[in-house]
Design a protein around this ligand. Structure first.
Ligand SMILES: NC(=O)c1ccc[n+]([C@@H]2O[C@H](COP(=O)([O-])OP(=O)(O)OC[C@H]3O[C@@H](n4cnc5c(N)ncnc54)[C@H](OP(=O)(O)O)[C@@H]3O)[C@@H](O)[C@H]2O)c1
Length: 277
């Protein structure tokens, strides 16, 4: 049982609310960080008082019961508010890069790179030695992405003409179709999200030719190990967490508006306790 101190808001939380997947009265949320107040009855989990971050349904609560396999310990050197930003966005970036065969020297295109998943993906791909192209909606949204490790920052797919080996797509719609056209033989497009809300229309025969794949992506497996990897990368300074919006829990509507309005760079984090852990 975790006493929650910080939450992060994900695009998926908004989709869950809008689509009715989590009905009115249900508890939204996936990302929480806080302190263990009751250890797992079956053992094997962290002791009372341990600082942890978790990916769990119903995370937007003061206390949440979490599977031991879905959390990671957070060392004192890592701010709990930063840890709260890691679960959904960080794990999606890590797992999609892995699923797409990330390797040193590969050309990786990340769309929606200014957002939560995108910003982590840019850093993780650069850390692995890939050549990273970060696609954003406007140059202002792309500020700092070069510092985060992007070799190129482009608006839409403007100026990208050379084939890419891996696409992490957060936008969907016509831009995903254009990204598919850029994909090299044996390349992989991981369809993570669809923030554009627009349909994707493939021209006849555009999916016929040298082998390449378009894969639906969904976070899966026992996420605790990936969460621990991300926390460790933050702890050793290899991964930075950009919190583009932060405020008290009561301001969740403002956070949601900022996210929908494309005004959050990186992550939106909400504080449940006055004093950050
Ligand atoms: N499949 C999974 O397991 C999984 C896991 C995590 C997230 N997701 C999905 O992945 C997507 C990204 O998540 P996120 O947390 O990174 O969201 P986010 O922080 O809101 O970032 C999304 C980015 O997409 C771009 N965008 C937003 N609206 C757009 C529009 N109308 N047209 C074109 N681009 C637009 C924005 O970049 P600009 O403003 O620069 O254009 C924004 O930075 C979401 O659809 C989310 O639901 C899926």
């Amino acid at each position: 049982m975790v006493d929650v101190q910080h939450l992060s808001l994900n695009y998926g939380d908004l989709n869950d609310a809008r689509s009715g997947r989590v009905p009115p009265g249900g508890v939204l949320g996936s990302d929480a960080a806080g302190v263990v107040v009751q250890a797992a009855a079956e053992g094997g989990g962290p002791a009372v008082g341990t600082r942890v971050v978790a990916l769990t349904s119903g995370a937007f609560a003061e206390r949440v019961a979490v599977e031991v396999s879905a959390l990671a310990e957070v060392p004192q050197s890592v701010d709990l508010a930063e840890a709260a930003a890691l679960p959904v966005a960080g794990i999606a970036a890590l797992q999609a890069l892995r699923a797409g065969g990330l390797a040193q020297g590969k050309r990786v295109l990340v769309t929606g790179a200014s957002g939560g998943v995108g910003r982590f993906a840019v850093q993780l791909a650069a850390h692995a030695g890939a050549y990273v192209i970060a696609s954003v909606g406007s140059l202002a949204r792309g500020q700092d992405l070069a510092k985060a490790g992007a070799d190129e920052v482009v608006v839409g797919l403007e100026g990208v003409h050379q084939p890419v080996d891996l696409v992490l797509d957060n936008v969907g719609g016509p831009q995903m179709v254009a990204a598919w056209e850029l994909l090299a033989s044996n390349g992989s497009l991981q369809s993570i999200g669809w923030t554009s809300g627009e349909p994707a229309v493939f021209q006849p025969y555009s999916t016929v030719g040298p082998p390449k794949s378009l894969a639906s992506f969904l976070i899966g497996g026992e996420v605790g190990a990936d969460l621990a990897t991300l926390v460790q990368l933050v702890a050793d300074g290899s991964l930075s967490v950009e919190i583009g919006w932060r405020g008290p829990w009561e301001q969740v509507p403002q956070a949601a508006e900022a996210l929908i309005g494309r005004r959050v760079k990186g992550k939106a984090v909400l504080d449940l306790r006055a004093v950050a852990g």
